[in-house]
Design a protein around this ligand. Sequence first.
Ligand SMILES: *Cc1c(COP(=O)(O)O)cnc(C)c1O
Length: 249
Amino acid sequence: AYALRTALAGHHGVPPSCVTVGNGSNDVLDMIARVFLWPGRESLFSQYAFAVYPLSSTAVGATLRVAPAADFGHDLAAMQAMITDLTAVVWIANPNNPTGTRLKAAPLKAFIEAVPANTIVVVDEAYFEYVHAKDHPDVSQWLGEYSNLIVTRTFSKAYGLAALRIGYGLSHPDVADLLNRVRQPFNVDSFAQAAALAALDDRDYIQRSVAANDAGMRQLVKGVERLGLDYIPSSGNFLAIDLGRDAGA
Ligand SMILES: *Cc1c(COP(=O)(O)O)cnc(C)c1O
């Protein structure tokens, strides 16, 4: 994926050797599990975090450690308290799916700072483009400071290319080298690469996509409030609503 990898590197201001392309960022999450997790090692994530973290971790036989959530969001203090010598990967979704909660820059940076250097921290930024808040971090800017940090991004959400399957990871080149050793050599097809390359720096397209989401979110929140239903304020392109009945009922 030479052209796309080069463009992504330029987009984020990192060398191409930091980039790992995936068949969706899900593919990159799976590579991370395959490289860093195995039986006896611990995979740590929050209650209500993205469903793929336990799936990919279970598939490679790792021990799952689930930190209790606070107000449906990641409780970084609770997560930090659960890190042990065996913790190989900590997963954070910012914003998170399915809760729509997000973490601000300062507490997230303090958390990453406190994680041992031999524990991988994954910050999954699938919904990054939707967040307008000034205190929201672009974690790719911190890659130079933390060699154990992996950021994942996707073209599936604001870029609208989910069915083409294209995402990527950014990390220290040594970490990217390990991920690329388990990556299937032809994991990203040429149509997906061409589409991602065309969309990447098309600011007008992204702005229109995000504006459509903002308008839809306002409409949805208004309707949900009118119906008197509880919901979790969302930083993503979806809303978690309490329909007032038990799951499965
Ligand atoms: C959608 C999503 C992904 C992965 O999407 P891909 O289509 O595989 O790129 C990753 N993380 C979160 C939190 C998501 O919601």
